[in-house]
Design a protein around this ligand. Structure first.
Ligand SMILES: [Cu+2]
Length: 270
């Protein structure tokens, strides 16, 4: 009994340490509903299809703030299914990126602790649960993965991914045009009628959960820089005519900690 109490208090301390983090990220398996997501080329690869995954890599996440293994090797062009198991008592996540992108994201998580993220290169895994990421490593290089929950990243919950260049793959890569929304946003501001509205691109629509993932430009009212994040909507009708890839103007505010979309307008292509 005494042991149990001790374990409980340890868990309580651990929970306390990352209570903000628990609020900030979705607590449900990443792939609960196969919503349509627009694939976006990242420096570290692109979202993959499960049917193309020839290899599964199991990674466990624990409350000692470590991934095991914390180093994985893949070949350029390989689609890998990463199966995550959270063996701990608190929420953990795995986010793939470059060191710089992960550093920036970690800093944003400290500044905007209630932010929610949902992208194909990340998975949030509840204690005792499993999650997965299917990712195509079509760019060679050294990349990182990390748990960006406040405190976890700082405690060293990071890992390395080495993508070995495949000879002959370089030509195929030229066909992949990386999206650069932020650049395109700043060049189309002339169409903005209301200065308070920010420009964004729809990445994922989840009407049932009343959520929309947007890659947005700076949002002045929230003092928030450009990023991709999940917004809640009070009225799902707001999402009626939206599909992934739509260019939109949005207004948003923070309500009881959550980021809520208050208006959205489609931008008509010139
Ligand atoms: Cu963690």
């Amino acid at each position: 009994m005494k042991t149990l109490t001790t374990i409980k208090s340890i868990a309580a301390v651990a929970l306390l340490a990352c209570s903000t983090a628990t609020l900030s990220h979705t607590d449900k398996p990443h792939s609960s509903k196969p919503a349509v997501v627009k694939k976006e080329q990242q420096a570290w690869g692109i979202a993959g299809d499960a049917k193309d995954a020839k290899r599964t890599i199991a990674i466990s996440m624990s409350d000692n703030m470590r991934f095991s293994p914390d180093k994985i090797d893949v070949k350029q062009g390989e689609t890998v299914k990463i199966v995550l198991t959270n063996t701990g008592k608190v929420l953990h996540e795995l986010v793939i990126g470059t060191k710089k992108v992960l550093d920036d994201h970690a800093a944003q998580m400290v500044k905007f602790p209630n932010m929610e993220h949902d992208e194909p290169h990340m998975a949030h895994v509840s204690p005792g649960k499993k999650g997965e990421i299917v990712w195509t490593f079509n760019r060679p290089g050294e990349f990182d993965f990390a748990c960006l929950i406040a405190g976890h990243y700082q405690a060293g919950m990071v890992g390395k991914i080495s993508v070995v260049a495949a000879p002959g793959k370089a030509a195929a890569l030229d066909n992949v045009v990386p999206q650069n929304l932020v650049t395109s946003i700043s060049t189309t501001t002339a169409t903005v009628s209301t200065p308070e509205m920010a420009e964004a691109e729809v990445r994922k629509v989840d009407k049932e959960a009343k959520k929309v993932t947007l890659k947005h430009g700076p949002i002045k009212s929230l003092d928030m820089p450009s990023m991709t994040m999940v917004f809640q909507v009070k009225d799902p009708a707001l999402l009626d005519k939206l599909v992934a890839g739509d260019k939109v103007k949005i207004s948003a505010e923070q309500q009881q900690g959550a980021y809520v979309l208050t208006g959205i307008e489609k931008l008509v292509a010139p």
